[in-house]
Write a protein that binds this ligand. Structure first.
Ligand code: SF4
Length: 676
């Protein structure tokens, strides 16, 4: 049977997949991310490629329309809004599900031709705090680690990450490495005891947002036990003394951990040379997310545990192409190719290369602010691409009202009936996974191909083509005359190789002469390259910067809501919800509640409980468990209003963001609960 070599559309591990149009799916034994492994979601992809529920033709105000009419209307409405209210009156909200080529074209249209940076993405919910932390510490958004480092480490610290459910193949690789080398130690830092904790030698049930106090405590311990590598720091790191001084002021009581657990963790970290600290949404999705990231990076920089095999900080991304999106500038505060909007030379270089009539001069609206601007009537035309913000953003009910307040809304999507599409004037049918071609970048900077192995159904088109079609109707046809994603990838690489300003991390020259169709999974700047091995960072002085971070003052509501993912579902379930096998794992919306809290509330196993916050309410089935601490409830975010009929979990979450990164704090909302 002939199989097409492609990449899984779910998490940022970026596993290679062999796929056939009859639904046969296998792990790609030659892909360096997974070497043939797949998790339950990847293995079930064949059950999700039917056409039920698909949007197969353009629609205008709910009526079927032809492509020309729909595209003309979109171009006309965006052009009219720009002419009347200026470029800041329009916005794109994109997705880490888009392929790099889609992202590149959307970013180019908004920033170089419309002249605004109002293009943000659901990746803001995923890793914006890591981007901000990397840039402050390294001078660039560089992920220094590779998956092999995890197998070579002697100590892996997993912070705010249920890797076993959210990055399962990476978890499998670590489990295999630990089995082969039992001396490897694993510490899991998470308020909840999860499946990931079962692999750990030490589980630290940290207080929500206690991470800065913990890593400041570790930095203090490293300083007091003479473990700061002063030879390394004096040559390569700035800000050491200030960061240590501020760290000393942190109160370890804020961690919620016992003195014995703290001493064990500090000594284990301090005495182990090969340490990798893996972190994910428990760190990023916080009001102090960027500071948490820098508290972690500080410990690696202070000890020189970076840039060498088996050591370093490692941000694992939630989405399949959050990394590709940030590479081409698909965030409101980035330009393209890791260049800066605030830098006049960078703006001039990109504008010159694009031959564009304008270029954005200031950062645009980040996700939560973007929808706030919709609510305030400042956005006159909005384009939502491949995502469902009326369910996935915090204060989801407020976001739905904000979208309804925009005079003209267009969505491009595979699925017809979503909560966001219900609010749109125009629906544009997008080709999906298995139907279109492009590239994605995984958490270890590896660019892989996604390849079509199915016929494009109905009148669907790939996103890059839809965006280019609209750009042409807005008068920018020459700059968007692409014939294929290969043209776009070649332009993206050419932009990179044209740029010669100050040292940059992103270097795509290895892709310059590659046959796109034959492209093998390849890390930039080249396979096996180890960033920072020479002690050179990307700040103007060539050094890394430690950031002095202060632990936030923690409030302790009677009940706090933590949100996250299930093992077998993805985002708002548009794809995984089709698989009976995946649905059997956890079949309906639920909330985990501690036994002592259940007694106080009079909740029985399986009873329905009403959760309320300042922003909304939801009815959830109780799952009584001591996995989480007393006072902390946990609910997965997957079920939409349409699926649950009882409200969606992000109706409860607050539109509160990290002031540095703009990433929403989705883990620690104050709620009330009562039996329904
Ligand atoms: Fe897909 Fe992630 Fe599972 Fe790999 S680990 S098969 S990329 S969902």
């Amino acid at each position: 049977m002939s199989m097409t070599r492609t990449t899984c559309p779910y998490c940022g591990v970026g596993c290679g997949v062999l796929a056939n149009e009859d639904g046969t799916i296998k792990g790609d034994p030659d892909h360096p991310a997974n070497f043939g492994r797949l998790c339950s979601k990847g293995a079930s992809l064949g059950e999700t490629i039917d056409l039920e529920g698909r949007l197969l033709q353009p629609k205008i105000n709910g009526e079927a329309a032809d492509w020309d009419s729909a595209l003309d209307l979109v171009a006309e409405k965006f052009s009219a809004a720009i002419a009347e209210h200026g470029p800041e009156s329009v916005a794109f909200y994109a997705s880490g599900q888009l392929l790099t080529e889609d992202y590149y074209v959307a970013n180019k249209l908004m920033k170089g031709f419309i002249g605004s940076a109002n293009i943000d993405t659901n990746s803001r919910l995923c890793m914006a705090s890591s981007v901000a932390g990397h840039k402050r510490a390294f001078g660039t958004d560089t992920v220094p680690g590779t998956y092999e480092d995890l197998e070579q480490a002697d100590l892996i610290v997993l912070v705010g990450s249920n890797l076993a459910w959210c990055h399962p193949v990476l978890y499998q690789r670590i489990a295999a490495a630990k089995e082969a080398r039992p001396a490897m130690r694993i510490v899991n830092i998470d308020p909840r005891r999860t499946v990931t904790s079962e692999l750990a030698d030490l589980h630290l049930s940290i207080a929500p947002d206690g991470d800065i106090a913990l890593f400041n405590g570790l930095l203090t311990h490293l300083a007091e036990t003479g473990r700061i590598d002063t030879t390394y720091t004096s040559a390569h790191v700035s800000g050491v003394a200030e960061a240590v001084e501020i760290a000393r002021a942190s109160n370890l009581n804020d961690t919620g951990l016992s003195a014995q657990d703290l001493a064990t963790f500090f000594e284990l970290w301090g005495s182990t040379n090969k340490v990798v600290t893996v972190y994910s949404q428990g760190v990023n999705q916080s009001q102090s997310g960027a500071d948490k990231v820098n508290a972690i990076l500080n410990c690696h920089l202070a000890t020189g545990r970076i840039g060498r095999a088996g050591m370093g900080p490692f941000s694992v991304t939630g989405q399949p192409n959050a990394m590709g999106g940030r590479e081409v500038g698909g965030l409101a505060n980035m330009l393209a190719n890791h260049l800066e909007i605030d830098n006049a030379d960078h703006r001039a270089a990109v504008q010159d290369f694009w031959g564009s009539p304008t270029i954005c001069t200031k950062p645009g609206l980040k996700a939560v602010d973007l929808f706030q601007a919709c609510a305030e009537g400042k956005i006159k035309a909005l384009w939502v691409m491949s995502t469902n913000p009326a369910v996935s953003l915090p204060d989801a009910d407020g976001v739905a009202e904000a979208i309804a307040n925009v005079p003209f809304v267009v969505t491009s999507d595979m699925i017809e009936k979503t909560d966001t599409n219900a609010l749109a004037d125009v629906l544009l049918p997008a080709a999906g996974w298995g139907e279109k071609d492009g590239t994605v970048t995984n958490s270890e900077r590896r660019i892989s191909r996604q390849r079509a192995f199915l016929k494009t159904p109905g009148k669907a088109r790939p996103d890059w083509q839809i965006i280019s079609n609209v750009a042409a109707r807005m008068g920018f046809g020459k700059a968007f005359a692409y014939h294929s994603p290969a043209d776009i990838f070649a332009e993206y690489v050419a932009l990179d190789t044209t740029l010669t300003p100050a040292p940059r991390d992103l270097d795509l020259s290895i892709f310059a002469d590659v046959d796109y169709n034959q492209l093998l999974p390849t890390q930039w700047p080249r396979n096996g390259h180890r960033f920072f091995s020479d002690g050179q960072f990307f700040h103007p002085n060539g050094k890394a910067q430690m950031i002095a971070v202060t632990a936030p003052k923690l409030s302790k509501p009677r009940f706090a809501l933590n949100t996250g993912r299930n093992r077998d579902q993805w985002h708002t379930m548009t794809r995984t919800g089709k698989s009976q096998r995946l649905g059997a794992h956890l079949a309906e919306p639920y909330v985990e509640i501690h036994p002592a809290d259940a007694i106080e509330l009079g909740a029985k196993p399986g009873s329905i409980i009403e959760i309320e916050s300042l922003y909304g309410s939801a009815l959830l089935r109780t799952l009584i468990t001591d996995r989480g601490p007393q006072g902390q409830l946990f609910a997965p975010m997957h079920w939409t209003r349409q699926r649950s009929k009882r409200g969606t979990v992000n109706s409860l979450t607050a539109p509160v963001v990290d002031p540095v990164s703009g990433q929403p704090a989705l883990k620690t909302g104050s709620i009330t609960a009562q039996i329904y």
